[in-house]
Design a protein around this ligand. Sequence first.
Ligand code: PLP
Length: 426
Amino acid sequence: MNKTIKLALHGGVPARSRPLPPNFPGAVVMGTEEIEAAKRVIEAQSPFRYYGAQPQYAVRQLEQQIAGTIGVPYVLGISSGTAALIAALRAISIGYGDKVIVPANTFVATAGAVICCNAVPVFADIDDTLNISPEALEHAIDDEVKAVIVVPILGVPCDMDPIMEVARRYNIRVIEDVAQSCGVTYKGSYQGTIGDMGTFSFQMNKIITAGEGGAVMTRNAAWFERAVRYHDQGAFREKQWYGIDSIDEESEFAGQNYRMSDIIGGIMLEQWNKLQGLIVNMRRTHHDIRQMLTNQLPELQLRRSPDEAGDLGSNLGIILPDSVVANRFIEALHAENIQGHVLYRGQPIYKLPRIFEQRTVEKDNFPFNYPFRNPVRYRDGMCPNAESLIPRTVFVPISPILKPIDGEEIAEGIYKVFRAICSGNA
Ligand SMILES: *Cc1c(COP(=O)(O)O)cnc(C)c1O
């Protein structure tokens, strides 16, 4: 490293001669396996998961495969990560009059799913893991809070031991929104299996993908049945197959349609089979880059993980002194042919005007006008760590198809840029 320190931004030789591959980990390894899987379903003329001329039951196979890998009895394939969250919230009976805690650093869907269930999101601050802080979680709880959705952002697990301890002490439910971190583990357990319910997304930007799709997972048969029924018009078509049917006729309810197509199921089964290989590769590159950087730049602050062994390695998080430095850092990295970005336009999710101003699709902005004993209002400065950390944490995506040389070049580029911008050598 450190052959040339002159930034590409200032006319130096870029650390990489070519741009990195696009940041779609699952999509960039799509190939004949996915083509064959989709083809089988189409040739059988049976793209619906439950019946057809010759149903292939690809969604059911996907569910079984996921359940076996992550070690839970019940997995439901569903139309999206957002649908997965809504079904999980409905499974545990979240509805009007309830509050659900959501981390300040997450994609808007986490809050949107809560609102869709007529409940109100309460935002909790993050810490230097960029995930929810267990202390902030405890502070956000009042007696109208029924659940928390924790979100392992970009491949780093949440600190589940203290989170579960707080949740059990206050008797609130825990949903793990693992949309961005499919396959991430915490102390040897897959995230999504530690709390009460877990969810994945298979949208294009996520770790594995069929363009759209998602999954719900739980160990609880009654909640699973409620999720299945909610996602399929109130029906539970395969109850014999699961050997469960805990709901009597009086407690049946009207549902929606969030079903997964069997074509998506077939593609996702192949993507699921590739997941461990992707993780091995991302972890290796991530580890190599970290190693090189921490040796050469001990002053560089990297995002903390509560369990490094469980990290996916899908992104490297670099915490810089402020947002001005972060933006210069990103610009200089781009010139080196290395991508970098801050999350969510550099703001906690509650700063989005439609969330901040509590606007919903309802005429009267229900559920925000629900007469809570302790009404929910959002304000600037509400989650100071999130407001400080999000705009100055630069994420560098680590593709699963990088070679060792790519890792070296990324480390060299980060080294150059950090030395030039943060060590006063520009
Ligand atoms: C992408 C994402 C979702 C929503 O997933 P979709 O499949 O796009 O509906 C939910 N939560 C988080 C944290 C996400 O990143």
